[in-house]
Design a protein around this ligand. Structure first.
Ligand SMILES: [Zn+2]
Length: 181
């Protein structure tokens, strides 16, 4: 119980969100955090912020900061809302920004590391393709990215598995799961 509360605070969960279960996989050195929300919960529309009931949900996952050496993933039923002003939109989620595949804390780590070293070096340390990290860095550093431009970028990002560079030899999983000697 206390452990769940700890993760809830670390993720900045608010309103009806809570940690439903946590799973440690010692062999894979992975921690999975499963979130859920209380029935009847309302969510801010991703476009205008208006409070709405969930229209439907789809399970998604986000990479979070490693918990010690455990590769950590957050799983949650991401709701869409039927907003009276905007129509059907993704709800705003407290632990991530729209259409990112990382949590806000993970992004904060990447951005702060990127001020000290190259994005490629950060990618090697956290076990992610640097192209993915550049999206984060550009989002926070490149203030010129207007909302519309960002939407385009996000759309490519969502179905953009083809954008992973083939030339990269470091498989992110192998780096992320590298055992300590
Ligand atoms: Zn709206």
């Amino acid at each position: 119980m206390e452990r769940k509360r700890l993760f809830e605070q670390a993720l900045g969960l608010e309103r009806s969100w809570y940690v439903e279960k946590t799973e440690f996989d010692d062999e894979e050195r992975q921690l999975d955090l499963y979130l859920n929300f209380q029935a009847g919960g309302t969510f801010p529309c991703g476009s205008c912020g208006r409070d709405c009931k969930a229209y439907d949900t789809a399970w998604k996952q986000w990479r979070h900061l490693n918990f010690f050496e455990y590769y950590t993933l957050v799983h949650a039923p991401s709701p869409r809302v039927d907003c009276p002003s905007c129509g059907i939109r993704q709800a705003r989620l407290p632990w991530t920004r729209r259409r990112s595949r990382f949590t806000l804390l993970f992004e904060a780590l990447v951005v702060s590391m990127a001020t000290e070293m190259s994005v490629r070096a950060v990618g090697r340390m956290v076990g992610e393709y640097d192209t993915r990290l550049w999206r984060i860095v550009n989002h926070y550093m490149g203030e010129e990215s207007a909302t519309d431009a960002e939407d385009d970028e996000d759309r490519r990002f969502e179905d953009g598995s083809a954008r992973v560079p083939e030339a990269t030899t470091d498989h992110p999983e192998s780096v992320a799961h590298a055992k300590s000697p």
